[in-house]
Design a protein. Sequence first.
Length: 160
Amino acid sequence: MDRGDGLLVRKIREGVVVDHIPPGRAFTVLRVLGLLPPKPYSGRIAIVINAESGKMGRKDIVKIEGYGVEDLSLEALGIVAPGATVNVVREYKVVEKRRLDLPEEASGVLRCPNPTCITRKEREKATPRMRLVSRSPAKYRCVYCGSTISEEEFQDLIAI
């Protein structure tokens, strides 16, 4: 029963909490981290979608027990959840906080939308590389063909 006086998600002893995720992107965060089926993960994961936030209005939160910050792809998380915070938890206390931001360059994180780009050819070994061309609105450009992708397209073009 929701009494409206806080989140009903238990604290974690060890792990990471990704907080201030833009609303609706929690599952994209899990996909980027490789934690969606069929890959099994034995730890507990708590997902909160559209939680109230004084700062953002609404936000998503992902808590992952037994997961280390070294297991995170901060570059990929910065693309799908810019402005989010990664909190490292040890013995129920936050011992480190990292704010995510859009990386200047992303390698192997986003697929190029251009079907004729060298990175989309199966016989080629070119890893997709994108350079940030605008922070607001967020846009990346493929270093190989020059195609541009906007923030609205990021979730559909995640290469991970």
